[in-house]
Design a protein around this ligand. Structure first.
Ligand code: AMP
Ligand code: MG
Length: 430
């Protein structure tokens, strides 16, 4: 069974209110195996609503509409539906009494205008509203089922759970859609798609799609089968295929973040957690912020330095002034010293550092905006104690975007280098 969701309201079309109803309904429908062909938002315009309904029933088996059934002049959904059906409205006496009773209970006389909330297109029936005065509407349009609910999220949800979900469930035939999300960082969407190859075939079930947010490319796997058990089994198989193709590029699932992945690598299966210190220039403390977003991070994150100027790199981390002058603050030589110093000064397992040109000013032909150097220093726990035993490495990246993006990606890239070192794997990019 396929549904389409139509939201009505000027405030939605103008972007003043976010359409949360459609997202919520889609999730509910997926959980009972009903595909959602799409969402549409239309302003409080009778003709536009009528035309949208007429068009959308051609794309689905059931059309679910929310909004525009209040008592005011801008509530036009019932009139639009009657027009689309080519019928008049009638007064649903039963619901009219309910509305009147509601006003009597709160000690008020029903405003005449509220009677419209009991008006139904001929051939349609009202749907009981457990928490408001607007009855929902159930109708047939061009042979397809149409449900109209109030726009108020609380009322919509109650009506959906009580009357719409059981109806759809019967027709969806007990099918189920089970979904999961896998997150990667370090490579672009098209590279990930190339690696996944046929897994992203549009006709495949389970399907695999990608989305990008904050440089994190996420794979969304949707599995549609006759039962939850089968859908879950097939979902797991596809997840394993994705893992086989992308390997360690996948850092987590569902709500798992990069700092969480690092937290578990630093702590899990260890008597004493491995520890980290940071030295940040262009990220201005963003890595520290990301690491400390997690409660309990004090067991492995010891602290750090924000050394934005050359002076502070020299005074607080002892970065060699000559090196700063010769190679520049954004150089592998400097981030190596920053990482080593932070590690030594905080007596940690790891030191990680970042220095880059976040822009929009400060770029040069040899170091354009987006040039970012990341350093990592590591002293094996229980190994030698001197600086000679410290392993260190530095990498230079050319990151895209504006200042915010460059700083965000720099921090995530630094965490990613740390993650790969913790897994004792080479980074699979650049
Ligand atoms: P209505 O039923 O059209 O009078 O809508 C009542 C109120 O519910 C509006 O003022 C919005 O604040 C809210 N609302 C309506 N539609 C939506 C929607 N799709 N998502 C979230 N809120 C909504
Ligand atoms: Mg409205």
């Amino acid at each position: 069974m396929k549904a389409f969701i139509l939201s009505i309201g000027d405030e939605l079309a103008l972007g003043q209110t976010i359409d949360t109803n459609s997202a919520w309904m889609s999730q509910q429908l997926a959980s009972i195996g009903c595909d959602v062909a799409g969402h549409m938002t239309v302003s409080d315009d009778k003709i536009a609503i009528r035309d949208a309904m007429t068009y959308l029933v051609g794309l689905c088996d059931v059309l679910i509409v929310s909004g525009g059934i209040g008592p005011t002049d801008d509530d036009l959904t019932r009139f639009a539906l009657a027009d689309a059906m080519g019928v008049e409205l009638y007064l649903d006496e039963g619901w009219a009494k309910e509305v009147e009773g509601f006003f009597t209970r709160i000690g008020r006389v029903m405003p005449k205008q509220n009677q419209v909330q009991a008006m139904m297109p001929v051939g349609a029936t009202s749907i009981f509203n457990t928490c408001g005065t607007a009855a929902g509407i159930r109708a047939k349009l061009k042979g397809k089922d149409v449900f109209v609910t109030p726009g108020v999220p609380k009322e919509m949800k109650a009506m959906f759970d009580r009357d719409i979900k059981p109806f759809v469930k019967t027709f969806a035939g007990g099918a189920a859609i089970v979904s999961s999300t896998l997150h990667t960082f370090g490579q672009g969407e098209s590279t990930i798609a190339e690696k996944l190859g046929d897994l992203m075939n549009r006709s495949r079930n389970p399907s695999v799609g990608t989305t990008v947010s904050g440089g994190i490319v996420s794979l969304r796997v949707n599995s549609r089968f006759e039962s939850v058990e089968r859908a879950t089994e097939e979902l797991r198989k596809t997840e394993q295929q994705c893992e086989a193709l992308l390997g360690d590029l996948i850092f987590g699932k569902e709500d798992q973040t990069l700092p969480m992945a690092i937290a578990s690598l630093l702590t899990q299966g260890r008597e004493k957690p491995l520890t980290v210190a940071t030295a940040e220039s262009c990220t201005g403390g963003l890595i520290a912020k990301m690491l400390t977003d997690l409660s309990g991070s004090s067991s492995y994150y010891m602290g750090g330095f924000v050394t934005y100027s050359n002076k502070s790199k020299y005074e607080r981390l002892g970065v060699n002034m000559e090196m700063l002058n010769v190679y520049g603050a954004v150089s592998e030589q400097v981030v190596l010293q920053m990482a080593r110093s932070a590690r030594r000064l905080m007596s940690t397992t790891y030191g990680i550092s970042v220095s880059g040109v976040a822009g929009p000013t400060g770029g040069s032909p040899t170091k354009p905006v987006g040039t970012v150097c990341i350093g990592l220093a590591y002293l094996e726990p229980g190994g030698g104690k001197t600086e000679d035993h410290v392993f260190s490495m530095a990498r230079t990246f050319q990151l895209p975007g504006d200042r915010d993006m460059i700083r965000d990606r720099s921090a995530k890239m630094a965490l990613t280098l740390l993650r790969f070192h913790l897994m004792q794997k080479p980074t699979p990019f650049q």
